[in-house]
Design a protein around this ligand. Sequence first.
Ligand code: HEM
Length: 412
Amino acid sequence: MNRSRRPPLVDSSLALLAKGYAWLPDRRRSTGPVVRARLMGQETVALHGPEAVRFFYDERHVERGTALPGPVLSTLFGHGAVHTLDGRAHRVRKEMFLSLLTGPEAVAGLVACVTRAWDETVRSWSGRRVVLFDEASRVITRGVCQWAGIPLDDAHSLARHLVAMVDGFATPGPRHWQARRARARSEAWLGRLVEDVRAGAATAPDGSALDEVARHRDADGRLLDPHTAAVELLNVIRPTVAVCWFVSYAGHALCLRPELRDRLGDDDPAYAVAFAHELRRFYPFAPFLGGRAVTDLEWRGEPIPAGTLILLDLYGQNHDPALWEDPYTFEPQRFVERPPERDELVPQGGGDRAHGHRCPGEDVTVALLSALVPRLARLEYHVPEQDLRIPLHRMPARVRSGFVIEDARVPA
Ligand code: HEM
């Protein structure tokens, strides 16, 4: 075997934890488009670029079932989640998400609930110092739960739990244990709710996410067990609330490029969508995806033995100078001039969402940002001295201060 193709002996897990988003792009710059590494003791190959996206999303090449590490399932996605299914089992479960989350009516309904919650809340910011990340997480929690038919007593604590599940998935420290606790509590609560709905002890509005998940039958024709139903309800509300990461990134972007506020305030929906795409491209969130080689494979002449862990580099691709002019400049105009290609802009995965694992919440994400960011841009506020750094070694990254604003006022 060629020397560069030998699986490395030294494990890179600690280097990945230490370098975060920079680990894979750095390795790629030194070794070329195929990176070989050992992660958590496993032989790993990382691929990059639109062609690699198509290779990775071909089910004859890569399966997901055994690729996601237990700690990621116990925090971010949940055991038994759609993310871990393959073949027909995946397609049947995925169809449930697509019918809930795609199509203009579904998206508009969710956006209406969230924007109502936002419009009600911003008035209470006047004369206060608020952390945009935290406020956005609560606003979205209220909106998405109303839309999903999930009764909500305490938006503050649910928002905290949902954020914790995302915040703690890629660290062995206290954030991880907080994430596990948040997931265990939320799964227990939603599992009971699903049982109550099925027993007629609670009502779920017709066609709501709660109703659809409670009634969904998997490929084997059976209802989801209450735990899996809770996991999948969380897979609707948790990532919707995670859009708060991008709302606070939007505050960051508007602070660094204040001239973009006027353009966003112009009521130009196409520009708002372009801004949402640029937020998703530019700012760090999902670093890469993981799958496993189904059989012995070859990628650009490089052998990939069956069972190898295959990573698809998302953050690196979204900043690849071969795909993006001035990739480290925040410039929404690039998407006004040229809408994103399916396998080029990949913050939420690539390929075809109906057949592969691409995020079914992409339309929702773009629509929420296109509605919330112009509202933020029209708001008058003061940005006090604060730590606006976004350290790339922290996964998931976030603005250190959460983006603090003061004296926010809705203009007359
Ligand atoms: C899958 C990112 C918002 C629901 C994914 C994947 C990524 C991602 C990277 C994995 C794709 C793959 O494995 O191939 C994001 C980001 C979001 C976001 C960065 C914005 C904060 C949403 C929203 C929803 C959602 C709003 C639902 C309302 C899901 C589900 C999957 C998924 C259910 C699993 C799909 C499958 O395995 O087939 N997302 N997502 N996401 N996302 Fe999102």
